[in-house]
Design a protein around this ligand. Structure first.
Ligand SMILES: CC1=C(/C=C/C(C)=C/C=C/C(C)=C/C=C/C=C(C)/C=C/C=C(C)/C=C/C=C(\C)C=O)C(C)(C)CCC1
Ligand SMILES: [Fe+2]
Length: 526
């Protein structure tokens, strides 16, 4: 297991031709680009947590039935400083870096002071984002790094905080039908307020401003005040429908006072996150046209979530699906110390990821009786009006044991049927991926022994008429010695294997990624 999670992986910047078995669809042309942690020790120092590792980008290029693999470490400032010092010198969420013991007393004092308001890492290891024809590696700090999707070369560093007052931003932005980005970030104690800021980055800039970056045209859509000045909620993603933005303010919170003193106290930033199981989880809906928040207060019981799956509107309700936990054991499970060879027995989640559907009656009868269920759709999800005017929502359970969900993005924000995800049981051993029909709750699986499939990505076939017409791509790391990893191509409809492209390298387990169609790569080159 040590190999899978914590062994440093080599980069392969030159394309390696994969051995293709089976029949790949001829229309499948483009690049699957993915991101995740690849280096966990530098010199004699080791990160504490798997989500801290240095970003290793990798890609599979599909060209006329052939597949080429390459991988390259993101040359972030963090990477360069660490490699030059041959030790971890930049703090990550789960690992606080301290000055070299050989530094003089003034350098040490300066380092302590500068950490009160830290310069965050640009080790963007979580996801890939597209703005216009450009691609960025993303994390959750204020920094993103432009990359070349073909060579995986690292380009400019962009600081969101130069364009919008945020200290943190999600690595799961949304895209509207014109390709504009909608994202959210947290502004911590700025001008005496802590708020969640929704912002839009246009996909293109007007012709006469072509030299300017699209970040200069960034617009704030709306701000939602945090319920607590010093304890904003942590969030990893949000949802959108045609008319609303769905934001969940969960009782999994960052303690700002603890964060500001973490360095001096000798603890990591992750220890400043805590789950308040006695608190409520608040749902916020922002009207995308008026940019105003819906004033009714909707809430549910305490939960922890990382991934929204999808959301849509139906007959005056907003329906949204999420992967939820009853506690924060997921983050704790990924401490590298716990991912040792016996981790399957010793490292177990105390809460299984559960796919929950909430059905929120935005338009409801204002004179409805207290205690009555306001949901008018055929679902077991409920929304009950309370004395103080707030509405208490309880979900319908769609399925248990899935994570890293993806949908056909053409159906994002719309009524949909299918989720593709990795299966998770009580320990982080994904032996399968799944296709869940959220309407019938039927599940199809793909799995093979010793195989660790990554987040499955749906790619629609050209002129697809049905939601699941296309393929599903997943990188499969194999934990059996002498067996090479491969990219698996499944028919999305049947979930049967169409082919696999095997590459004889030691591949890393990754987090998220995107498929870039050949036509989009060509548009970039023009
Ligand atoms: C990968 C496998 C699985 C599932 C994995 C899942 C569900 C991964 C979720 C990943 C998440 C939530 C990653 C979040 C990373 C956040 C980072 C790196 C944040 C960095 C923030 C920093 C440095 C900011 C500091 C800010 C401060 C201090 C604010 O003031 C399974 C379980 C499906 C199977 C195994 C493989
Ligand atoms: Fe994520």
């Amino acid at each position: 297991m040590e190999t899978i999670f914590s062994r440093n992986k080599e980069e392969h910047p030159e394309p390696i031709k994969a051995e293709v078995q089976g029949q790949l669809p001829t229309w499948l042309q483009g690049v699957l680009l993915r991101n995740g942690p690849g280096m966990h020790t530098i010199g004699d120092t080791k990160y504490n947590h798997w989500f801290d590792g240095l970003a290793l980008l990798h890609s599979f290029t599909f060209k006329n039935g052939e597949v080429y693999y390459r991988s390259k470490y993101l040359r972030s400032d963090t990477y360069n400083c660490n490699i030059e010092a041959n030790r971890i010198v930049v703090s990550e969420f789960g690992t606080m870096a301290y000055p070299d013991p050989c530094k003089n007393i003034f350098a040490k004092a300066f380092s302590y002071l500068s950490h009160t308001i830290p310069e965050f890492t640009d080790n963007c290891l979580i996801n890939i984002m597209k703005t216009g024809d450009d691609y960025y590696a993303t994390s959750e700090t204020n920094f993103i790094r432009k990359i070349d999707p073909q060579t995986l070369e690292t380009l400019e560093k962009v600081d969101y905080s130069k364009y919008v007052a945020v200290n943190l931003a999600t690595s799961h932005p949304h895209y509207d039908s014109a390709g504009n980005i909608l994202n959210m970030g947290t502004s911590i104690v700025d001008k005496g307020r802590t708020k969640y800021v929704l912002f839009k980055i246009p996909s293109s800039v007007p012709e006469k401003e072509k030299k300017k970056s699209c970040f200069k045209q960034l617009e704030v859509v709306c701000s939602i005040p945090s319920r607590s000045l010093l304890q904003p909620s942590y969030y990893h993603s949000f949802g959108i429908t045609e008319n609303y933005i769905v934001f969940i303010e969960q009782p999994f919170k960052l303690d700002i006072v603890k964060l500001a003193t973490a360095y001096i106290r000798g603890v990591n930033w992750a220890s400043c996150l805590s789950f308040h199981k006695e608190d409520k989880t608040w749902f916020h809906f922002v009207d995308r046209k008026t940019k105003k928040e819906v004033s009714t207060k909707f809430y549910t019981d305490a939960l922890v979530l990382y991934h929204h799956i999808n959301a849509y509107e139906e007959d005056g309700h907003v329906v949204f699906d999420i992967v939820a936990y009853r506690d924060n054991s997921l983050y704790d499970m990924f401490y590298l110390k716990k991912l040792d060879k016996d981790f399957e027995e010793n490292n177990r989640l105390t809460s299984i990821p559960t796919c929950k559907r909430f059905v929120v009656p935005l338009q409801h009868d204002k004179d409805a009786e207290l205690g009555s269920n306001l949901v008018k759709l055929p679902t077991s999800a409920t929304a009950v009006k309370e004395k103080d005017g707030s509405i208490y929502c309880q979900p319908e359970i769609l399925c248990e044991g899935i994570e890293l969900p993806r949908v056909n993005y053409d159906y994002n924000g719309k009524k949909y049927k299918y989720v593709y995800a990795t299966e998770v049981q009580w320990s982080p051993v994904p032996t399968k991926i799944a296709k869940l029909n959220v309407q019938t709750k039927e599940v199809l699986h793909w799995g093979e022994e010793h195989c660790w499939p990554s987040e499955p990505i749906f790619v629609p076939s050209p002129d697809a008429r049905e939601e699941d017409e296309g393929v599903v791509l997943t990188c499969v790391v194999v934990s059996e010695p002498n067996k090479a990893p491969f990219l698996l191509i499944l028919d999305a409809k049947t979930f049967k294997e169409l082919g696999r492209a095997t590459v004889n390298v030691e591949m890393h387990l990754d987090l998220h990624g995107m498929f870039i169609q050949q036509k989009d790569l060509e548009a970039k080159m023009e």
